[in-house]
Design a protein around this ligand. Structure first.
Ligand code: GLA
Length: 734
């Protein structure tokens, strides 16, 4: 059940379901104040009404003469700046007369069944209006003529509240919006820590945990994409919170461009947490009668640690973000030729790869970069999305048919947002590059970015990619994006609107993703950006899986996949077995650990199967058979992080099927130890009253496994080792 209650007398709004409550209220002078977010409250009677008392040097309202009520200290829902609250604001505007403040007062509210879609932006969806209820609160500044609609959707079955904001200009002159956050959460003084996911190319989504001290800390991407550097996610945790206990407030953004997550501890220890489009480089001209829609933010509450937060995010993403045919369809096991050939391939090589992959039981062949225009290295041809018949004489159709004749599906790589200097596209349309008058065009990976804010550019991409997609039988597309944005300026926009280009780029990208995924609903799309540089909920609204990292080294992947799982379900993570020495780290690991790590995601291969020994081929056949046996459990089961690679030599994670009948425990060891500790592992999530058979050998009770656990023995001998325990429920219930 989810419900939204408004108490007319106390002017308190209470959103709740069986797990959580979110409470806010209209305070004196119609200021919208935050009251509470956390575990469900059955009766709220006003205990957290903000006390009235005087704080020296705090501000007071112009309308009242007493000094015990102040914007400066109150907990707000959508704070502004310039008239008494000095903390980081949720919104900043500039009026035409230069006035840069906003005084938002409560106007009215609406309660809706279900959840309205966002204006022009991807967002979570429902399959049935019963699944959620939405509260919209309208605030207004009648001097600036700005109305702000705060949307709060509470889900029936998940500890989730989604928030988004619509800003409307109902006056006669333009308003410049310099900041418009998707959510802001003020909290009373509490000793929290903050968890974020940061990294770089090849080391995405590493978990960091920091203490909070007075001042503002902003986590952000200013790179034009959600980025390798900082994932659009932040969580507040209690000092004692672990994977399995303690409170967690998680916040993620459904957006793929510049973003920021901020935390401020004010002078009295109160906290302000929020997220939205990064203010850096952002300003938006809101013309009369126009609205600005912020991206959606997803707030999750857990009182049982980070694992429970992740379970909620995972269910939310699988049920309300990912859509289309592959939402609940098992994903094909793929082979990608990138690391096998790079740009150096021809018909014969490709056919050989297809032949030997088919023999191994691989289901989908993906032709990566290098199939189009004059693309023989990374200095040319991006933008020329037509096949290169000199390189591939049998053409894309020939290759697709060849793959099908071997019972394999066919997939293709595109990098639609990019352009090379040496390309027909650039020769014909130099004005389509994102660039600033008077300045050079910064290269990255020898390429430039197309100005997706332009409609003519978007039309070209649609038309040129359609030519291939309409004529070749394609089952899968890898949509890549291999650099960040620079010279963010668009020729077609007037000077005063240049602050819109970053966001307009993302809107253009979403228009393209919407177009292709709607037009080709049978195709499985996989997002990519130099690996996992755009791994976010925005992309996942279109593409059910994303290439997690270019780094395929099994040991590096332990941290990358472990960190990614904080927010994103296993079903979204592309994970491939590659050759050794690994191309990114040069590390040599055995095929077993590479298989075990890649089997903990959406399995694929990224190596040349023609170069494998017979033993390796046999081992891969066994890996594939194992994966197919457990694919549903891995793709749809409940994932538990049991031991972190960030702090330990060992990593342990677990998949438990929804019906609790099966589980898989993955145990990894980085370095061998002369005198290892004897470790006990406890298995959560099983039926306490059932009996389980481990590896067809030993029988344990479900509660025994949860409470006593078992010894991880015999020890794993050697560096980079993996062992997978298969856990099966016996039919007799105790
Ligand atoms: C990016 C991707 C790789 C590969 C190359 C091709 O780096 O992440 O998987 O597709 O581009 O250029």
């Amino acid at each position: 059940m989810s419900e939204i209650i408004f108490d007319e007398k106390s002017k308190v709004f209470h959103l709740r379901n069986n797990e959580i409550s979110y409470i806010l209220c209209v305070e004196e002078l119609n200021i919208l104040a935050h009251v509470y977010f956390g575990e469900r409250i059955s009766n709220y009677s006003g205990g957290l009404k903000y006390p009235r008392f005087e704080r020296s040097f705090s501000t007071n309202f112009s309308e009242i003469s007493h000094r015990n009520y102040s914007r400066d200290t109150l907990l707000h829902e959508y704070p502004t700046i310039g008239n008494g609250d000095f903390r980081i604001p949720a919104i900043e505007v500039e009026q035409e007369n230069g006035v840069a403040l906003l005084d938002l007062r409560y106007e009215r509210y609406e309660i809706l069944d279900g959840k309205p879609a966002l204006n022009g932006l991807p967002s979570s969806y429902l399959t049935n209006d019963d699944q959620a209820k939405t509260l919209v609160i309208y605030l207004k500044d009648d001097c600036a003529k700005v109305e702000v609609g705060l949307n709060y959707t509470i889900f029936r079955d998940l500890a989730v509240i989604c928030r988004s904001v619509i800003v409307k200009n109902y006056g006669q002159s333009n308003i410049r919006l310099n900041r418009a956050m998707s959510a802001c959460l003020d909290m009373p003084h509490t000793e929290f820590e903050v968890v974020d996911l940061n990294g770089s190319w090849g080391a995405e989504r590493q978990i960091s945990r920091h203490s909070i001290s007075p001042g503002i800390k902003i986590f952000s991407s200013t790179r034009g994409t959600s980025s390798h550097q900082q994932n659009p996610f932040i969580a507040l945790v209690e000092k004692s919170t672990t994977e399995n206990q303690g409170q967690v407030y998680g916040m993620a953004l459904v957006y793929s461009g510049n973003h920021e997550e901020f935390i401020e501890q004010d002078q009295y220890g109160q906290l302000r947490l929020g997220c939205g489009i990064a203010s850096y480089g952002f300003s938006w001209i809101l013309e009369p009668d126009n609205v600005f829609q912020t991206p959606e933010s997803v707030m999750v509450y857990s009182r049982k640690g980070l694992n429970e937060m992740s379970h909620t995010f995972h269910d939310f993403v699988n049920q309300h973000i990912v859509r289309g045919k592959y939402q609940s369809k098992l994903r094909p096991i793929l082979i990608n030729n990138w690391e096998a050939t790079y740009f150096d391939f021809d018909d014969e090589k490709i056919k050989e790869i297809i032949d030997s992959s088919a023999e191994l039981g691989i289901e989908l062949f993906v032709l990566d970069d290098g199939w189009f225009g004059q693309r023989s290295n990374d200095r040319q041809a991006l933008g020329d999305w037509f096949e290169n018949k000199k390189k591939l004489k049998m053409g894309l159709n020939g290759i697709s048919q060849y793959a099908k004749s071997k019972n394999m599906m066919f997939g293709l790589w595109f990098e639609p947002e990019m352009i090379s200097e040496n390309s027909d596209l650039y020769r014909n349309h130099p004005e389509w590059v994102l660039s600033a008058p008077g300045y050079g065009k910064t290269f990255s990976r020898n390429q430039w970015v197309l100005d997706l804010s332009r409609q003519d550019v978007r039309e070209y991409i649609k038309q040129i990619m359609d030519q291939t997609l309409e004529n070749v039988s394609i089952d899968y597309i890898k949509w890549d994006m291999n650099r960040y944005l620079t010279e963010v300026y668009s020729d077609l926009l007037p000077t005063y609107k240049q602050g819109e280009v970053y966001h307009r780029y993302v809107l253009g990208l979403y228009e393209l993703m919407e177009y292709f995924t709607k037009k080709y609903p049978e195709i499985l799309f996989e997002g990519c950006s130099g690996g996992g540089g755009r791994f976010d909920l925005g992309v996942l609204c279109y593409m059910p899986q994303i290439w997690t990292s270019d780094n395929t080294d099994a040991i590096a992947r332990l941290k990358i996949q472990y960190g990614t799982s904080l927010v994103y379900p296993i079903s979204t993570m592309g994970a491939h077995v590659s050759a050794v020495p690994n191309h990114q780290t040069h590390r040599i690991t055995n095929l077993a650990i590479r298989g075990a790590v890649a089997s903990s995601g959406m399995l694929g291969y990224e190596l040349n199967p023609t170069e494998l020994s017979n033993e390796e081929k046999e081992e891969i056949r066994t890996q594939i058979a194992f994966y197919k046996k457990y694919q549903q459990l891995i793709q749809e089961g409940i994932f538990y992080r049991l031991r972190s690679p960030f702090e330990n030599n060992e990593t342990i994670w677990l998949f438990v099927s929804r019906d609790q009948r099966k589980a898989l425990l993955f145990y990894f060891q980085k370095m061998a130890q002369a005198a290892p500790k004897l470790d006990v592992v406890k298995i959560p999530g099983l039926n306490p009253n059932a009996k389980y058979l481990i590896d067809d050998k030993v029988i344990y009770g479900g509660d025994e496994l949860a409470r006593c656990g078992f010894y991880l023995f015999p020890f794993l001998n050697g560096d980079y080792m993996a062992k997978v325990f298969e856990i099966q429920q016996l039919d007799t219930i105790l």
